[in-house]
Design a protein around this ligand. Structure first.
Ligand code: PHE
Length: 368
């Protein structure tokens, strides 16, 4: 506010003289500067301001006295008082600005905020393609009235195999297929779940019918990495249990899913298959969304017109018995699909390895 120069009006001797002649009691702003410089907090500065500029200050006092001065002195005295008041106020304001900067920096330091970090260097990132597909599939099924259920990845062999009607001599139980965590007593044998199907058993054990759930998550198999296998991969399990659920409900549900996920005119084809926990069981192909039913040059289906997508079937009554459901009262269907496979088919991704390489040139193509 004040112009700092050598001929500061407040140290101007003529002005001083005039002041004395006018008999004004005013501080010399220059004399106050050392005190102002020594003030280290906004609170202390406010005190100072009150003392020198507030109601009880000599400046305010002289202002009040103006009316009592002879007419010919009033103008000059008023000018002089204002000059001093503005000079002091200007010095206070300047100090306040400096203190505000210091106090902000101190409080940011106390909160651990480093204002020197260049935030523009931090890329925002996006969801991994696998997570995007999981979210999308979950959305489609929640739209059909399902909800999303969860289960542990470190699982009891009971839920991974026995409750799912898998006999003790099933080849999937071999160490060459399944990763075991513990070789304790058979009843608490632990493994990394080989599919998301144990969530079916756990959920039914805890919840009475009707059941409409999807369950996305990791599954583990003792597989060597190649273009289509990873030892850790993702599946989405589906389960519907209610009165009078039929095989046609299963087909219709999967077709509705495929139409929303791939293309509106998609049809599905079921081929007989075997799973211990469903009877009958099927593998599901969806019609190719990329070509008109089997063009030999199609890079997606290779000319067959069909894409192998998932496994499914009607829940085996033995599974209902294992979880305490009455197999005569309810029926149901289940399905399981690989998330990587869904993404690969849809986007023409040639190797499952891309999902774990974390190469940004791959990942950045799928910013969801
Ligand atoms: N769990 C089976 C698999 O991993 C898929 C599946 C789930 C099949 C549910 C039928 C019913 O291959």
């Amino acid at each position: 506010m004040t112009e700092e120069n050598n001929q500061d009006p407040e140290v101007d001797l003529d002005a001083k003289l005039e002041e004395m002649m006018l008999n004004l009691r005013l501080p010399d702003p220059a004399d106050l500067q050392d005190e102002i410089d020594g003030i280290t907090s906004s609170e202390a500065l406010a005190e100072f301001e009150k003392k020198h500029l507030g109601k009880g200050s000599s400046i305010a006092g002289e202002m009040r006295n103006l009316g009592r001065l002879p007419q010919d002195q009033r103008r000059e005295a008023g000018r002089r008082i204002n000059e001093v008041r503005q000079a002091v106020q200007g010095r206070v304001n300047e100090r306040q600005e400096a203190l505000t900067v210091q106090e902000r920096a101190a409080s940011m330091a106390a909160e651990g905020i480093d204002v020197t970090v260049d935030h523009r260097q931090i890329p925002i990132g996006s969801l991994h393609l696998i997570q995007q597909v999981i979210d999308e599939v979950s959305d489609i099924f929640t739209g059909l009235g399902y909800h999303v259920a969860d289960g542990p990845e470190a699982e009891l062999a009971w839920y991974n195999f026995d409750a799912l009607n898998t006999p003790p001599d099933h080849p999937g139980r071999l160490e060459s297929d399944t990763m075991y965590l513990d070789y304790g007593k058979p009843e608490d044998e632990m493994l990394l779940r080989a599919h998301t199907s144990p969530v079916q058993a756990r959920y039914m054990e805890q919840n009475p019918p009707p059941v409409y759930i999807v369950s996305p998550g990791r599954a583990y198999r003792n597989d060597t990495i190649d273009a289509s296998h990873l030892p850790v991969f993702f599946q989405i399990e589906g389960l519907a249990v209610d009165e009078n659920i039929k095989f046609s409900d299963l087909k219709g549900t999967l077709e509705e899913f495929a139409r929303q996920f791939f293309a509106p005119d998609t049809v599905v084809r079921l081929r007989p298959h075997y799973f211990p926990f469903t009877e009958p069981s099927a593998e599901v192909d969806v019609s190719c969304f990329n070509c008109d039913r089997g063009e030999s040059s199609c890079r997606v289906c290779g000319g067959s017109g069909w894409l192998e997508m998932l496994g499914c079937g009607m829940v085996d009554p033995a599974v209902f018995e294992a979880v305490g459901y009455d197999p005569d009262a309810v029926t149901g269907f289940a399905f399981g699909m690989g998330v990587e496979r869904l993404a690969m088919v849809r986007h023409g991704i040639d190797s499952i390895r891309h999902f774990i390489d974390n190469d940004l040139r791959f990942l950045e193509q799928f910013q969801g």
